[in-house]
Design a protein. Structure first.
Length: 164
């Protein structure tokens, strides 16, 4: 659109729901993993859990480029931590010195805790970049949970992706 549409052009579009990205039951733990604009899909889950008083724990692992410019929705995320609708927040910034890492590295580093959450019934949602992040996160999840374990989560509807 930014390359071909001119100001004032009419653009036909519609909103579609993503039937493969619906929320986990309110009592189930959720692990939300994403990067960049993927925060939009993950925020919707956080907002819904906050609004409905969901009792399941919620963990967000999110990556961006720099803390100084990309700490997106920090006040909102801190508020979710404060009201309990977000249980845990792990962020990484790939272009910052010293802490330069990607979200898939968070998955690997938190393998033990992530496995514990999954054993307690956690649903995993991945939202963001198809080419970089989602492939790396998928590979990290396969390493942590095993190929069969991740396939079982997928079959049970507990591993969902909205990647583009």
């Amino acid at each position: 659109l930014t390359q071909t549409a001119k100001i004032g052009d009419r653009i036909d579009m519609r909103v579609r729901t993503n039937t493969g990205f619906h929320a986990a039951p309110p009592s189930a733990p959720m692990i939300l993993i994403g990067n960049g604009t993927g925060i939009a899909g993950l925020r919707s889950h956080l907002k819904a859990r906050s609004a409905t008083g969901a009792t399941g724990e919620t963990w967000l692992m999110f990556g961006e480029r720099t803390l100084a410019h990309d700490a997106l929705y920090d006040e909102e995320l801190q508020a979710h931590l404060g009201d309990g609708s977000l249980t845990r927040l792990d962020r990484c910034f790939s272009r910052d010195g010293g802490d330069a890492r990607y979200v898939q590295e968070l998955v690997s580093q938190q393998a033990r805790l992530l496995t514990e959450w999954v054993e307690r019934g956690a649903h995993i949602y991945v939202c963001g970049s198809l080419e970089g992040m989602s492939k790396g996160v998928h590979a990290a999840l396969e390493t942590v949970l095993g190929e069969a374990g991740l396939a079982a989560l997928t079959d049970a509807g507990r591993y969902r992706r909205d990647v583009y």
